[in-house]
Ligand binder design. Structure first.
Ligand code: NAI
Ligand code: MG
Length: 368
């Protein structure tokens, strides 16, 4: 049997800097854990535009559809700000999401004890927090028709339409239930069934899928406004939250900030599972290309490294190895190792991107 395949797209700005640490970690798993991957690297975003005049070449798109997982660094930067919309770096990422049909966006909010002081909430509210927000990514009010601004009498009217089909709700619900089985078997679905018909349908379909296919998973429902309150009041009551595109956009940003720095936040976007149950998948840090610190060795590689941990868990069925990597990150943070973005007001001496990679590899060695 051939090795699982990974397409690495480092992209722009700090993308290649943080991704080079991930490449070392992928090698480590091959050498020390016998987990060999077939890795290929290609261009996306401004880097692809510079070489091919397009932010994503057709051949790269074709490979993304063939491999088992795509890892992406970041795209964009001031150099490309004046480009025509059609060739902007972001278009490369949007094309990947669209053609891979990545309808399920996974945004974990995980609080490492050593960083609990970074949260704007009380330490005991967030210490040990580990929740996952599943946001529907390809439908809902950002895409529904009719939309636009038109004139009615002597004033303008703006319209967007929240529209969900049964099958769109069902597939993201399945994605959340599958995830819950790999975690703590608990899903909370959020909508506004009290005031929106699309919310009533959402609740009905999630309930039907649950009863028919995932009765072993604990399911609850919550109105999304209450969900927002509960997320800041007592976030540890949740495990997996599944919600629509609009509520998910807001709730996932809110949940992410419970835990502190942008340099720490991974994400995954999943599509339909293949015959072996393996979903199309793109893993990327939440942060952008950080032009203000590019080329200075200051970037925190942890968001990108934790994105690879998600790939281990959700694409490669290697939950134990994913946990091993997450524990290694936890260990170095507990030891007080910090990149510049994790420095408190009291300061200290930050490590570089490569040094953070070094200590995480040491912690991995120590885990054997
Ligand atoms: P950004 O996330 O690149 O940076 C925001 C701030 O956080 C900056 O001060 C940056 O130095 C810091 N930061 C981000 N990641 C960090 C890390 N790993 N370690 C340490 N510090 C980190 O967002 P910004 O500045 O709004 O956008 C910069 C460029 O990135 C733009 O061209 C934007 O379009 C693009 N972008 C790309 C994304 C993607 O590829 N998915 C997402 C967000 C922005
Ligand atoms: Mg957002």
């Amino acid at each position: 049997m051939s090795n699982p395949s990974i397409l690495i797209l480092p992209g722009d700005g700090i993308g290649p800097e943080v991704m080079s640490q991930v490449e070392r970690i992928i090698e480590w798993f091959g050498d020390k854990r016998g987990l060999k991957f077939d890795v290929e690297t290609d261009l996306v975003g401004g880097a692809a535009y510079d070489n091919h005049g397009t932010p994503l070449a057709d051949e790269t798109m074709a490979r993304a559809l063939e491999v088992d997982a795509v890892l992406l660094g970041a795209v964009g930067g001031p150099k490309y700000d004046d480009l025509d919309f059609s060739v902007k770096p972001e278009r490369g990422l949007l094309r990947l999401r669209k053609e891979m049909d990545l309808f399920s966006n996974l945004r974990p909010a995980q609080c490492f004890d050593a960083l609990a002081d970074f949260s704007s909430l009380k330490k005991d509210v967030v210490a040990g927090l580990d929740i996952m927000i599943v946001r529907e990514l390809t439908s809902g009010v950002y895409f529904g028709e009719p939309r636009g601004i038109h004139k009615e009498g002597n004033e303008r009217v703006g319209i967007n339409t929240q529209r969900y089909t049964e099958s769109e709700i069902a597939r993201v619900a399945r994605s959340a239930f599958e995830l819950a089985r790999k975690r703590n078997n608990k899903v909370c679905s959020m909508e506004k069934a009290n005031v929106m018909e699309s919310g009533i349908l959402w609740r009905d379909v999630v309930t039907e899928i649950h009863q028919a296919e995932y009765p072993d998973v604990e399911l609850s429902h919550m109105y999304a406004d209450n969900g927002a309150m509960q997320l800041v009041r007592a976030p540890k009551q949740f495990d997996v939250i599944v919600t629509d595109n609009l509520f998910g956009d807001v709730l996932s940003d809110c949940a992410a900030m419970l835990t502190g720095s942008l340099g720490m936040l991974p994400s995954a976007s999943l599509g339909a599972p293949d015959a072996n149950g393996r979903p199309k998948a793109l893993y990327e840090p939440v942060h952008g290309s950080a032009p203000d610190i590019t080329g200075q060795g200051k970037a925190n590689p942890i968001a990108c490294i934790l994105s690879f941990a998600m790939a281990l868990r959700y694409s490669f069925d290697q939950s134990d190895e994913a946990t091993r990597l997450e524990k290694a990150v936890e260990k170095v943070l507990a030891d007080g190792v910090r990149t510049a973005d994790l420095m408190g007001p009291e300061g200290g001496s930050p490590v570089s991107t490569t040094e953070m990679g070094d200590v995480i590899l040491e912690a991995l060695d120590a885990s054997l």
